[in-house]
Write a protein that binds this ligand. Structure first.
Ligand SMILES: [Zn+2]
Length: 401
């Protein structure tokens, strides 16, 4: 009998179900999971009984905006010292001023820095949003597409061309969005609730699906991201997804208004979400309200967690550390039972991957080897430490150890 040979073997890996196995990796795929795996390996990692799981997946990150908080501070200072009226700019005006300065040449180094942190924290799959509007133009999309290419051996990045300032109220944005798709963006991104009227919101949803159909791409939309219970763009999105046959190719983000929905409407909405195969990404750490995560899970809707922002106008912290995101969510959502913790872990690994349309992320033989060796022997300890993994394997290669 020939001896089996592997590119990499992870020894003494503690699985989430408590078993201790060796994991063999060949040609980028998981090729064996056995006790005391025999065979030759080019390289071995001893996990020493620490937890080994799927790598982390981040389905929502405004990647073109990372580290722009300092630019806002500088603009605010300039305005304070040099402004004619000595007035302070509002956060929204400041954010818009930053976008007027958008240039691929300074966005790209910021993006690369955030992606280095992603690798360090075992965050190998990212759905990354780039603003597309008259101020940002296509600068963010261009930077993200370059970064995607540069990191393609290590990270899986889905670039979302995102109409942050609206489509009906922002003339020219629709054409820019089409341009971004032609440049190679992977996902069409909308934000219907930002429009002024309900009919404009509906129109926004229709335009996004028009472009998605035109380019045969998936849809991601930021919906109902305000404390206003009359906002119903998630419903509009689900209805349109069913109408266009786009079930399972759609992803909703935020839905903070959901916190204020009366129960009967909430239940009607969850039935619609299941019919549309429309998952929800929640980022409870970046705003005062959040989607009804526990209730959505109870009703059988696929829910996952996102990093959302890293050091920009909307959130000052963030490291692309999805364990940190789950740790924060555990407190904010008060999900602290063992069962809750297991769910939270799914929400930053396999569930997040499914939400992004990636069905092969489970750690099993035949699937791509995207794995982390996490400090601690179970999910509770992984969350407690929310530390950088001891090793990160992406596409079968060790990218951090
Ligand atoms: Zn967001």
């Amino acid at each position: 009998m020939n001896t089996r040979s592997f590119d990499l073997v992870i020894r003494n890996a503690r699985l989430r179900d408590g078993r201790k196995l060796d994991i063999g990796i060949t040609d980028g795929l998981i090729s064996a999971m056995e006790e005391k795996l025999s065979g030759e390996a080019e390289r071995e990692i001893d996990a020493a009984g620490n937890l080994v799981t799927e790598s982390f997946v981040n389905p929502h990150l405004h990647l073109c905006k990372v580290y722009t908080l300092r630019m806002m501070d500088e603009l605010a200072l300039q305005d304070y010292h040099g402004g004619e009226m000595g007035r302070a700019m509002s956060a929204i005006e400041l954010a818009a001023r930053v976008k007027e300065k958008y240039d691929e040449s300074w966005i790209l180094p910021n993006v690369e820095k955030a992606l280095e942190w992603a690798i360090r924290y075992g965050n190998t799959h990212i759905r990354a949003f780039a603003d597309v509007d008259s101020k940002a133009r296509l600068e963010g999309v261009k930077a993200l597409l370059k970064a995607k290419e540069k990191f393609k051996d290590v990270l899986e990045i889905q670039v979302v061309a995102f109409a942050q300032d609206g489509l009906v109220r922002e003339p020219g944005a629709e054409e820019l969005l089409r341009e971004a798709m032609k440049l190679g963006a992977d996902v069409v991104g909308g934000i219907p609730w930002i429009e002024y009227t309900e009919s404009d919101m509906k129109r926004h949803v229709e335009i996004i699906f028009d472009i998605a159909q035109e380019f045969d791409k998936d849809v991601s939309m930021l919906v109902d991201d305000a404390g206003d219970p009359t906002l119903k763009t998630l419903e509009m999105m689900a209805v349109e997804a069913i109408k266009r046959g786009w079930q399972g190719r759609v992803l909703a983000h935020h839905v903070r208004a959901m916190a204020l929905y009366p129960e009967p409407y909430f239940l009607r909405l969850t039935a619609l979400l299941k019919k549309a195969k429309l998952p929800v990404v929640s980022d409870p750490h970046t705003g005062p309200l959040h989607a009804k995560v526990k209730e959505l899970i109870r009703e059988g809707v696929l829910v996952c967690l996102g990093q959302d922002d890293i050091t920009d106008a909307y959130y000052p912290y963030g490291r692309n550390n999805m364990l940190e995101v789950a740790f924060l969510a555990s407190h904010i959502l008060w999900m602290t039972s063992r069962q809750d913790m297991e769910k939270l872990y799914d929400m930053i690994t396999v569930d997040a991957a499914r939400a992004m349309g990636i069905e092969s992320h489970q750690m099993k033989v035949g699937n791509p080897a995207n794995l982390v060796v996490v400090k601690g022997e179970d999910v509770l300890e992984a969350l407690r430490f929310h530390d950088e993994p001891l090793a990160v394997i992406s596409k079968g290669k060790t990218v951090k150890s």
